[in-house]
Design a protein around this ligand. Structure first.
Ligand SMILES: Cc1ncc(COP(=O)(O)O)c(C=O)c1O
Length: 411
């Protein structure tokens, strides 16, 4: 699943050595951070960047900043920077809203583009919000659509000529299992289906190549590996071949062809701009831009190679000391994203005990301990510290202590 030479322009960057990049992030001393697949850490420069946007632009230029500081064009500008990370054509990505909203938009447009069929195929490993959005849209449409869920292993054989839309998250949020995007997209197209990829756990984890895979739509968030901050805006990709005919279901004024003409009737803007909905989150996008100043430099192939080394090492060390933990991520590195997950029936309490020891990962019900790996700030020392802490917590039954049984709202 590595990119071929002709694609490398998209994935290469000067930053191939990650020994010093941890200093670009605000990570408290003594903390080993393995939760960048949930919320990436704060890029140090983001604080000053957002301050400047607040004071110099919002403060001094007031409403004029929509023009003078380029706020209006910001979603497109940031979208183009995301495009490099996901192998998308320039001008095919825009920003805004949350990922759930972008899933809804992509699905609503895709359903209209395949009007004879009624099956939306997904898998049981998809993120629940994607499935909930599909269920809600199906109810609103009331046209007999059906959400069909199969196991990840059965997706490929389930793509038949009834399928209108194949809607998948490339990397399973719990196990890290990665689908073969190019193969599944090709099969779906051969059977007359359109494909939507959720890249929440892909972007910033490894090179993605939407254009060469021929994806129809893609969506993703920017608060995980991209370090855009809590609630950072999502992105949506529409393949250029569809962009003039995909009808935006959420026809807000910012996706209008001429928003400031204030006409009474909606006319979709040209291209992916039509997927904008309302006023863009300027401050949140500014924080994301500070992180993209780092990401613009990153050689994604080198990042992926390092992520695999670190993931393999974590698996070897944990399996070497804790037979109680069962690896649920694929052992073969190219079949997983940038996370390693273990099942353990006391996983929630064990993760709380690790966090108390400065090793921050997270837990996903019913029994999965997740460790997201980002070579920009995780190195071999982190992996060794995490493995030692896991050894202590599991083999010393530290997880049984009462203080680790208290359930927080966010796990
Ligand atoms: C794969 C996937 N899809 C969708 C979502 C929902 O994203 P949001 O809360 O930004 O709508 C998440 C959140 O973590 C996710 O991991």
């Amino acid at each position: 699943m590595r990119t071929n030479d002709s694609d490398r322009g998209r994935t290469t960057g000067q930053l191939r050595d990650f020994a010093r990049t941890r200093d670009l992030f605000e990570i408290p001393r003594g903390i080993v951070y393995f939760d960048g697949n949930s919320l990436g850490p704060l890029p140090r420069d983001a604080v000053e960047k957002v301050r400047r946007v607040m004071v110099d632009q919002w403060g001094h230029e007031l409403v004029l900043a929509w023009n003078t500081a380029g706020w209006f064009a910001q979603p497109r500008r940031v979208g183009d920077r995301i495009a490099r990370l996901i192998g998308a054509e320039s001008g095919s990505v825009t920003m805004g809203d949350t990922l759930s909203i972008k899933v809804y938009q992509a699905l609503a447009s895709a359903i209209e583009m395949n009007p004879q069929r009624r099956v939306i195929l997904s898998d049981v490993g998809n993120f629940p919000s994607d499935l909930y959005m599909a269920q809600g849209l199906i109810s609103s449409l009331n046209q007999g659509h059906q959400l069909k869920l199969v196991t990840p292993e059965r997706v490929e054989e389930s793509i038949d000529t009834d399928v209108a839309i194949l809607m998948l998250t490339e990397v399973d949020y719990r196990t890290g299992r990665r689908h073969d995007m190019a193969r599944l997209t090709a099969k779906a197209h051969a059977r007359g289906a359109l494909v939507i990829w959720d890249l929440a756990h892909s972007v910033g984890a490894f090179p993605v190549d939407l254009a060469s895979a021929g994806a129809d739509f893609a969506v993703g968030c920017t608060y995980k590996f991209l370090n855009g901050g809590p609630g950072a805006p999502a992105f949506i990709y529409v393949a250029p071949r569809h962009a003039e005919r995909a009808r935006p279901a959420l026809s807000g004024w910012m996706g209008h062809d001429k928003p400031f003409a204030f006409t009474k009737h909606y006319v979709a803007a040209s291209g992916v701009e039509r997927m904008r909905v309302g006023t863009p989150p300027v401050l949140a996008l500014a924080a994301l831009e500070a992180s993209l100043d780092i990401w613009d430099q990153v050689d994604l192939d080198a990042l992926r190679d390092r992520s695999i080394e670190l993931g393999d090492l974590l698996i070897a060390l944990v399996e070497g000391c804790c037979s109680q933990l069962r690896l649920v991520s694929p052992r073969v590195a190219c079949e997983r994203g940038s996370q390693v997950s273990f099942a353990f029936d006391r996983g929630y309490a064990a993760m709380q005990a690790l966090i108390a020891r400065g090793v921050i990962g997270d837990f996903r019900a019913p029994d999965i301990m997740r460790f997201g790996i980002c070579p920009l700030y995780n190195g071999e020392e982190d992996i060794r510290k995490a493995a030692a802490a896991i050894d202590e917590v599991i083999n010393g039954c530290v997880f049984s202590r009462p203080e680790y049984q208290v359930e927080n709202a966010v796990t």
